[in-house]
Design a protein around this ligand. Structure first.
Ligand code: ADP
Ligand code: MG
Length: 244
């Protein structure tokens, strides 16, 4: 049984069928790319995973247990972390405050400040950023580093599934390379990573497997090594996996 299993997921918005019985299985220690043209249903599937919307049909299991998040908070508590294109960090808070935002024990005041710093430092060190100034307001950090802080927050919260939605769209080439290193670290640490990107060379570089959506339907899932960029495009726009 897969670590995360989304099965038969359907979602309609009025007359639009956004998802029609979609299947997604992701393992720990895997970078799983989710690809498809605009409107194919990627974000809708991830919003269901993140508890932001409810599916009309379908079931989910996480670590072998039924998983039906009633809210984004519920999903976060279950270990699902979403790193959105538009970052969710609070610009006026420090790195530490941002990383710890959402930790229940912090809100209740049980974790002393030194322990908080240690947790944040541990998460950032693990990701290869041991020297970041934890007291700096996030607004002073470059966007690439803010993204690292978001990912550190996911690690510090103990998230098992990390969803990255178009993470390199506003990064320089050099910052994208650093992010890839962070993604590889997450993978090595046993996180399950869902990676949405339009850049097929990135997918070839990072992903173990990819799942292709087209018009809300599953085209299928295959090992990234078995398909080149042209093959991925072919799957996205209209042929079956057997044709590639
Ligand atoms: P992708 O992320 O792959 O670009 P989406 O999941 O955003 O695709 O969209 C899938 C389909 O569902 C599209 O036709 C989109 O217009 C529609 N859709 C998504 N969200 C809504 C919504 N809240 N209301 C109405 N239609 C929506
Ligand atoms: Mg989208």
């Amino acid at each position: 049984m897969s670590f995360l299993h989304m099965s038969g997921i359907s979602k309609r918005f009025g007359a639009t069928v956004a998802l029609d019985g979609v299947e997604l299985q992701v393992e720990r220690g895997e970078v799983h790319a989710l690809v498809g043209e605009n409107g194919s249903g990627k974000s809708t599937l991830m919003r269901i995973l993140a508890g932001a919307i409810q599916p009309d049909e379908g079931t989910m299991t996480l670590d072998g247990k039924p998983y039906h998040p009633s809210s984004p908070m519920d999903a976060r508590k279950s270990g699902i972390a979403m790193i959105y294109q538009e970052l969710a960090l609070c610009p006026d808070l420090s790195v530490t405050e941002n990383v710890l935002l959402g930790m229940e024990d912090t809100r209740l005041g049980f974790v002393r400040q030194s322990e908080q710093h240690e947790r944040v430092r541990a998460a950032l060190t693990q990701l290869g950023y041991p020297h970041l100034d934890l007291n700096a307001p996030v607004r002073n950090l470059p966007i690439a580093v803010r993204q690292i802080v978001e990912i550190a927050r996911a690690v510090a919260l103990g998230s098992s599934v990390v969803v990255l939605d178009e993470p390199t769209s506003s990064l320089t080439q050099a910052d994208a390379q650093k992010l890839f290193e962070v993604v590889r670290t997450l993978k090595a640490e046993g996180h399950a990573i869902i990676y949405i990107s339009h850049f097929l060379d990135e997918i070839k570089l990072l992903a173990d497997r990819l799942t292709v959506l087209r018009d809300g339907n599953n085209v299928g899932t295959l090992p990234a090594a078995e398909v080149d960029a042209n093959g991925i495009v072919t799957l996205m726009v209209g042929r079956t996996i057997d044709d590639v």
